[in-house]
Design a protein around this ligand. Structure first.
Ligand code: ATP
Ligand code: MG
Length: 886
């Protein structure tokens, strides 16, 4: 079976078991402060598991794009070195939210692997949780009992908390789990090791590996470390797709399957180097050099996928947070390609077409954004290779210095600086040092690294205490229809961030829009007769609005009226509607390749990022503005559809964004021809926007442009500012009617005068040169010209060169000039003064400039210095003559 067929068979099997087949959530997570990337299939169901979202349909299955490069699940350093951990991988999963539990999950998993896929049961081992006295959880006898229906006792193994108690992160849903492991050793390997598969389970043997984990979610881990029981039992399973493919294709490395081989073939073609497969390696052991090449090719093939999928999901490499994680992955690949595959120019981006050909059908976001992915990747690679070059030349210098000092060890502080400033990883520094016979003080490096980590941790530390529950229930958002609503507080918690303390509230009914989709959150108050509490911000977390307050109400369980600040809300709404019109107009004017890549909407401004590969011209900007303003004047009313099934919304022609997480039911917002999936707050009609004006257009990253614009009242202010400025300018020109003509005339006159002055100056310099040369003294065969006179620095330089041209034979010319009381010293000499007399104008000017309280330098035959003390000029001139010692 091919990889694509295997993926389909999984979906088909669970469909036949009444599971709804759902799409993968984006790999990049946008509204969960505890998690940057999806690291397991269950992430997108976290709120269902915690009981804050409707669990219907209760059986679901999917393939989920996962990334394990940060936080609790971080496999980055393994990737490439082993053959079964990836940064980005697909996790096949099936879920039951309060439907079947352990028995159902175990039976289905067995049926799929053994009856459908025909894996040999003798090669399969399963683990069950051995229990944990300190958490007061007994051994999972129940799971063991169900397994015993399918496998002999000696294929059931007890596992500890590390392997058999699954947790998403430091807090959140968790529970005991049962893993299925496959012994995929070759007959020769089995014979040689003499061990049974049972002895190798969870022992990091690359041929006895876990493929499927069935998690029995029963608890929620709270911030204080304690466990609380979930309101329903949840089945959450995750099977590594690439590992399954490998088992079914009879391979011994994930990289030898058709998931990776096409990419590796392309790498071989581009580099002219060979990748040695597991089978080939069994026949003849490989050299260290070939092993390095193998690792590097695996790293590049893996990271290509991770970076491409992130970009497709809207996460570009950047300097902060998720963007920085992606940048680091890309740099890791560049470094391996640079060091072991000899790639001194961009390389990864050349593999994008192969990836898109192989995976573009299953993941259309790749196909749609291929051009952007390649562009961004190339630019990132180029930029990093330039830093690598710079780092290498710095390292060269450092090694030269070491050699001069007779040392053989580069100190760790220096290695850390290379890492920190130039992104130069320690292993690369070590490699280059080693090649030149030096070592690196790794201990010192680690100390510096630790120091920096602590600095970062202290700066970003956020502490959340546990939620205090006042009432049970789900929050209802009523903000599309109301700006005031009666409410109670469901739960609250304290948050400490950089010593600031505030509280987060979850209300049962809320008109407050929490920051999402680029639109800032509402502010306002909650109040009753007893008190008024200000809501300073509203954020979105796990599908609900969290209200930020500085203090808790005295009686948190009282009833309140929640009131949104409507002035700010209306202004934000108008700006949000304007971004939809802008998006539409950009597509009309620039073309269909325009894709929203980010937006920011607040009461006073709007920002819109989109894919486009060149500057938007002034004419195009005008055209966009005209189109948007025309739609504003048409005063088109909002046509809003809530709870539309996703597929139906697509048929309506609504524009969905890649990397955005949509539920089964979506909201569609239409203003005339503009139709988008959108959960934001909008103006009731386009006329409310008033007016639209773009104030800037710029580039934010390769292939991404940014437009900033203003609407309504802000435009009015903009107009007044422009008007005031123009009025002031007119006043300079006596309120001339033809302002442009008058300014043009002034500029022409100014240019003509400048030319005239320059010509006068040239003449004056020529005269002065003649005079000074005429008055020159002669000392031991050297013509000495000295003078102190008023003159600007450019003319002084000119004069010095004219004098040099006019004098045949040896010359020492020293000019002290002053311009508006600013002194300048210039020394000009003939070449023989340097070669035969051993003089150096640069050194002399530095010494003599002390007398004018200044400094300077230059070439051996010509040097200048500025200063502060014009009274010292004539002494400085004499000093130079003295230094020449003629
Ligand atoms: P391992 O011990 O092999 O790292 P895990 O215990 O971290 O696996 P789970 O968190 O249970 O794995 O994830 C479920 C399944 O996802 C695993 O059984 C495995 O098949 C797959 N998987 C986990 N991590 C990776 C990875 N980095 N690359 C590819 N597949 C993975
Ligand atoms: Mg793991």
């Amino acid at each position: 079976m091919t990889a694509n067929e295997i993926r389909d068979s999984f979906k088909k099997f669970f469909e036949s078991k009444q599971h709804a087949i759902v799409p993968s959530a984006p790999m990049v997570i946008k509204d969960d402060p505890t998690l940057m990337f999806t690291n397991a299939g269950m992430n997108q169901w976290k709120d269902i598991i915690l009981g804050t979202r409707d669990p219907e349909p209760r059986r679901r299955a999917d393939t989920q794009k996962c990334l394990r490069v940060s936080g609790k699940h971080n496999d980055l350093e393994e990737v490439g070195h082993d053959t079964y951990h990836h940064t980005m991988f697909e996790m096949l999963g099936n879920w039951s939210f309060g439907d079947y539990f352990k028995e159902g999950a175990i039976d289905m998993a067995w049926e799929y692997l053994v009856d459908v896929l025909k894996l040999n049961p003798e090669d399969l081992y399963v683990t069950v949780f051995e229990g944990s006295p300190e958490e007061n959880i007994p051994r999972d006898d129940e799971a063991a009992r169900y397994w015993a229906k399918h496998v002999p006792e000696d294929h059931i193994i007890n596992g500890n908390k590390h392997d058999n108690f699954w947790e998403m992160g430091d807090t959140g849903p968790c529970g005991p789990c049962s893993e299925i492991h496959v012994d995929s050793r070759t007959p020769e390997q089995r014979k040689a090791s003499g061990k049974s598969g049972r002895d190798l389970v969870n022992q990091d043997d690359p041929q006895v590996i876990e493929i499927w984990n069935l998690v029995f979610m029963q608890f929620n881990r709270k911030a204080d470390g304690s466990l609380e029981k979930l309101s329903m039992n949840v089945i959450d399973t995750g099977m590594g797709f690439e590992r399954l493919v490998r088992m079914l294709q009879g391979k011994h490395s994930n990289y030898d399957t058709d998931v990776f081989q096409p990419i590796i073939k392309a790498e071989q073609q581009l580099t002219g180097l060979k990748y040695v497969t597991f089978e080939e390696e069994q026949e003849a052991p490989i050299t260290k050099q070939q092993d390095d090449i193998n690792v590097a090719m695996r790293v590049c093939a893996d990271h290509l996928r991770a970076v491409s999928f992130s970009i497709a999901d809207g996460q570009l490499p950047s300097n902060a947070k998720a963007g920085y994680v992606i940048r680091r992955i890309l740099r890791r690949a560049v470094r391996y390609a640079y060091t072991f595959l000899g790639q001194k120019d961009g390389f990864l981006y050349k593999l994008v077409p192969t990836l898109v050909r192989e995976m573009g059908d299953a993941f259309p976001e790749l196909k749609a954004q291929q051009q952007l992915i390649s562009k961004v990747m190339k630019e990132e690679e180029d930029a990093f290779l330039r830093t690598l070059d710079k780092g290498i030349s710095l390292l060269d210098k450092a090694m030269e210095q070491l050699k001069a000092e007779g040392k053989t060890e580069l100190d760790g502080v220096q290695a850390f600086r290379l890492f920190d400033t130039y992104g130069f990883p320690l292993d690369l520094t070590e490699l280059i040092c080693r090649e030149n016979g030096f070592t690196v003080n790794e201990e010192q490096f680690n100390v510096e690294m630790q120091k920096q980590k602590e600095r970062a941790r202290n700066a970003a530390a956020v502490e959340n205490s546990d939620w205090v529950e006042l009432a049970q229930g789900e929050q209802q958002f009523v903000g599309y229809d109301y700006t005031e609503y009666e409410c109670h507080i469901l739960r609250y918690r304290k948050v400490t961030q950089k010593k600031n303390e505030f509280y987060e509230l979850v209300l049962d009914y809320t008109p407050f829009y929490g920051e999402m989709g680029g639109q800032v959150g509402d502010c306002g108050v909650i109040c009753n007769e007893a008190e008024t509490i200000e809501i300073v911000d509203a954020k979105r977390e796990n599908n609900q609005t969290v209200h930020i307050v500085k203090q808790l109400p005295k009686d948190p369980s009282a009833q309140f009226m929640a009131c949104v600040d409507t002035d700010k809300r209306d202004a934000s709404a108008a700006n949000h509607t304007a971004t939809h019109l802008l998006d539409y107009a950009l597509k009309q004017v620039l073309g269909d390749h325009v894709e929203q890549k980010g937006s920011f909407v607040s009461p006073d401004t709007l920002r819109f990022d989109f894919s486009h590969f060149e500057k938007v011209s002034d004419e195009q900007i005008r055209e966009v503005e005209r189109m948007v303003n025309e739609m504003i004047r048409q005063d088109i009313h909002i046509d809003e559809h809530r709870d539309v099934p996703f597929e139906e919304a697509k048929k309506l022609g609504a524009i969905a964004l890649f990397g955005e997480k949509y539920g089964d039911k979506v909201r569609v917002v239409r203003f005339g021809p503009s139709c988008e999936f959108c959960g934001g707050i909008h103006a009731s009609s386009t006329g409310r926007i008033g007016f639209f004006k773009i104030i800037s257009e710029s580039s934010v990253a390769a292939g991404i442009r940014r437009i900033e614009a203003k609407t309504g009242k802000e435009c009015e202010e903009l107009l007044y500012q422009t008007e005031d400025m123009l009025r002031a300018v007119k006043a300079f020109f006596n309120n001339a009617k033809d302002l442009q003509g008058v300014i043009k005339k002034y500029i022409d006159e100014h240019d003509a005068m400048k030319k005239e002055i320059e010509s006068f100056q040239t003449q004056a310099v020529e005269r002065a040169a003649k005079q000074l040369v005429g008055k020159a003294r002669e000392v031991n065969g050297v013509k000495v010209v000295t003078a102190v006179l008023p003159m600007n620095p450019a003319a002084a330089k000119d004069l010095a060169f004219k004098i040099r041209a006019a004098v045949e034979g040896s010359l020492l010319c020293v000019l002290g000039t002053h311009d508006n009381n600013k002194p300048q010293l210039s020394i000009m000499m003939s070449d023989d003064m340097v070669s035969d007399h051993g003089l150096n104008a640069g050194q002399m000017v530095r010494e003599a400039a002390k007398l004018i309280q200044g400094g300077g330098g230059g070439q051996p035959h010509f040097a200048q210095a500025g200063g502060k003390n014009a009274d010292g000029l004539s002494a400085a001139v004499d000093k130079v003559v003295e230094l020449a010692n003629l």
